[in-house]
Design a protein around this ligand. Structure first.
Ligand code: ADP
Length: 428
């Protein structure tokens, strides 16, 4: 069954989200700054200019002068008083028209002088005791405070960009931690802890690097241990040979020690050799029941084997020789680590074929169980001549099974026994 991955936001998604949010925020700020710099402008200089304007054209205005003035300035003007109404152009809004748009009536009540945007054009409303002037500015630049707009924009953009910088920095901070961790690994510290908690690709990468580094560390440790084991094991017969030669021991005894050394070295070489060509499969259709029977027959201690399902003639396309190596490794272990019966059975349904090998021996502790398929891992750390191996057998089995796209599973209870199951997918 496919493993369901926990939900996470990818880095790409987070970056896109940040870019969209900040883009929208920048647009909004620019829009607000422009609006702010247009309609909330301090009316000081304008107020002085209007005083001069009114002294020039009069209050109520001299319409001839007012018309010349409007033409020169590029403005429209409307004057409203109880006794006199005049406009330089009919496109200048009236108080009634202005009052229909939002906020105008309140502003008109409260203030004598203000700028009001109407039909996208700024209008200066100027109330005097005698009448009200409406000056429609046809060129928006007349009331747009560029300096104020630039300062506000620079301020807003600096805040936005600074926030953007800190958020992206926080998002990518794990990269720095990862690079420090990788440096540590290259300095030879394989047991690292990368404090990356994010639930995205970087979090996953941190997890992978941590487990990869610790696996490399374990493997290096195991190889060092193997080197020690091998040297130790070879030294024992070597010392016996040396002593034997000094005291003129019988030739057979010396031969026995030389043979022991030879077996040990060829066993080690054999393990390495089978590990190196594990990926290349020589596939053929095979009857699993026949394969199991043939393998059992190779052993002298026939009476210990109980083949429970010899009639289960399941067919599989496999590399016969390699799967036999797997069976031999598991059976050899069962023989080594138990003294009673070894039960073998085959199960099959539409999708899977299983080969189950069960012994009733010393078993494997829960602490060792997750590691027994790793190269050079041995659960009983003392290598005795009886239990022999170098911890390579099961790691080779796992590689062969992986190459077949099949699984090797194990369950075990200390002092009760161990059960290995080989699971082959029929639809491979
Ligand atoms: P080895 O050559 O040392 O047996 P393996 O890779 O075949 O190496 O096995 C790894 C370790 O798993 C063994 O050292 C042993 O401790 C444990 N093991 C494997 N099979 C069994 C079993 N049937 N019963 C108990 N322990 C087992």
């Amino acid at each position: 069954m496919k493993e369901k991955k926990p939900f996470r936001f990818s880095i790409f998604f987070k970056l896109i989200l940040i870019v969209i949010l900040f883009g929208a925020f920048i647009d909004l700020s620019v829009f607000e700054v422009i609006k702010m710099s247009t309609d909330t402008r301090e009316p000081g200089p304008m107020r002085r200019a209007e005083k001069i304007l009114i002294s020039l054209i009069g209050n109520p205005p001299d319409t001839v002068r007012a018309r010349i003035f409007c033409k020169d300035m590029g403005w429209n003007m409307r004057y409203i008083s109880p006794s006199f109404k005049w406009t330089s152009s009919d496109s200048t809004p009236t108080i009634e028209q202005l009052s229909k748009s939002t906020g105008f009536a309140e502003k008109y009540q409260a203030e004598d002088h203000f700028v009001y945007l109407y039909n996208s054009l700024p209008n200066i409303i100027y109330k005097t005791p005698t009448g009200t002037y409406i000056l429609q500015l046809l060129n928006p630049h007349d009331v747009f405070d560029e300096q104020r707009a630039i300062v506000s924009l620079v301020l807003v953009l600096s805040i936005v960009l600074l926030t953007f910088y800190f958020i992206v920095r926080k998002l990518l901070k794990p990269l720095k931690l990862l690079s420090v961790a990788v440096q540590e690994v290259s300095d030879g510290n394989y047991y690292i802890n990368i404090p990356v908690k994010s639930h995205d690709e970087l979090g996953e990468l941190a997890g992978s690097i941590t487990s990869m580094a610790s696996k490399i560390g374990d493997s290096i440790k195991a190889k060092e241990q193997l080197l020690l084991d091998v040297s130790h094991e070879l030294r024992t017969p070597l010392t016996r040979i040396k002593l034997g030669l000094e005291v003129d021991s019988p030739k057979e005894k010396i031969d026995e020690d030389i043979n022991e050394m030879e077996t040990m070295i060829s066993g080690l070489l054999e393990s390495y050799r089978s590990e190196s060509n594990v990926e290349v499969l020589n596939l053929s259709k095979t009857d699993i029941s026949v394969l199991v029977s043939d393998t059992i027959e190779e052993y002298l201690s026939q009476e210990r084997f109980k083949f429970l399902t010899p009639e289960k003639h399941e067919q599989l396309i496999i590399d016969e020789e390699k799967i036999q190596t797997v069976l031999r490794n598991i059976i050899n272990n069962a023989l080594k680590y138990s003294s009673g019966d070894i039960e073998i059975s085959i199960e099959g349904d539409l999708r899977f074929v299983k080969i189950i090998i069960k012994d009733f021996g010393v078993g494997i502790s829960a602490g060792d169980l997750p590691y027994i398929f790793e190269p050079f891992y041995r659960a009983d750390h003392s290598r005795t001549r009886a239990t022999g191996g170098f911890g390579l057998g099961l790691s080779i089995c796992k590689k062969i099974m992986d190459a077949h796209n099949a699984k090797i599973l194990v369950t075990s209870e200390p002092n009760l026994g161990t059960e290995f199951t080989l699971v082959f997918n029929k639809q491979r």
